[in-house]
Write a protein that binds this ligand. Sequence first.
Ligand SMILES: Nc1ncnc2c1ncn2[C@@H]1O[C@H](COP(=O)(O)OP(=O)(O)O)[C@@H](O)[C@H]1O
Ligand SMILES: [Mg+2]
Length: 397
Amino acid sequence: MIQRLTIDAFAATPETAAVLRQVQIDRQLGKSRLTVEAGGLPAAVAHYAGIATPQVVVVEEGDPAALAEQLEQLADVCEAGTRVVVIGSVNDIALYRSLIAGGVSEYLVRPVSAGQILDALSGLFADPQSAPKGRVIACWGARGGVGSSTLAQNLAWGLGRYLHEAVVYIDLDLAFGTSVLAFNIDAKQTVVDALAHPERLDEVLMERCMVDYDDHLQILASPGDCRIHASISLDSLDHMLDLAARMASVVVLDIPHVWADWTEHLLSVADEVVVTATPDFASLRDAKSLIDVLAPRRGSIAPPRLVLNKVDPSRKTQLTPKDFEETIKVTPSLAIPSEPQVFGEAANNGQMVGEAAKTHKVNQTLNQLVQSLAGKAPSSRKVTPKRSGGLLAWFGK
Ligand SMILES: Nc1ncnc2c1ncn2[C@@H]1O[C@H](COP(=O)(O)OP(=O)(O)O)[C@@H](O)[C@H]1O
Ligand SMILES: [Mg+2]
């Protein structure tokens, strides 16, 4: 089985397209996503002019004379880290060498077989050090009950659907985590099992401990049982995170409201931190002290984002985003309205809000959260990001 990869292929000939479609359904790619498009190398250049490249791009040369020039154009629009596999017509060792020297990962000569393409794909990231690393998003509630877990769950689910890439959600609230209920899943093994034997933990054991929620999202649930007195050691946590980041494009961490070595550590090193606060004084104070503590530790890593949740303008006593901005000097990046009916129904159904109340307008706000944390536009042509109203539009109402 080839690790989870996002691959776009651009065939120039019907023969290669047919072989790629065979590759598409091969069991070795069961965890990956391969899209097959027509138009060969020039189509790839045009396609990525406005959107991000996936982990792997397979291109078939159209015109051998234009190969070098078109590959240069492709290089201009490729993100660092994207691997390029070229299928061409010229069988020449000098050409092969010059392409590899120019940054192409693999050159295959037409006619290619499905097996050759699969071999090339599995060789791309054979060295674990070179494997692409997913981004880690740590979700923290300024206080208990502010909705941090709920947002983390909806965020993880939304990111999988938006990016069409693998997302792993890890519930680190060992004693009281809600992931099993929120996603209505049956987890035979949990994050406690994954953390129990760091020396044995590898991708196979991780897979065994996770539950597939949909095509993109995998959940490493917590037992949510306070009778299990499991503890978390920094070493096993780091090892688990490292594995998860190799297995998925995004790892969403639901961190419980516990101030400990390991929670502080995660909030200091995660690529992104989302602090959820409700518009009240206690949340304001705690968000401020957390952000003050984290700022120097995170150094040049992205500063924590502040999200206001359960906002209800009809409650005259509640604080405003401006109060937060003036006190913490961090502008809330989003305000999510209080919608007890919608969130309550989703929780009762064991579904995400986007599933339980597909057409409700709060989904637009949740989508803004997803898009602001996706870090890039989706790599698939089929998904077009919907930008609605701007981040702070909600405040205007
Ligand atoms: N925007 C919202 N409007 C209404 N209820 C919400 C909202 N966000 C979360 N909730 C509810 O708040 C409760 C606490 O959420 P939870 O995610 O468990 O909080 P935390 O993880 O911060 O302790 C849940 O019942 C959840 O459904
Ligand atoms: Mg929680």
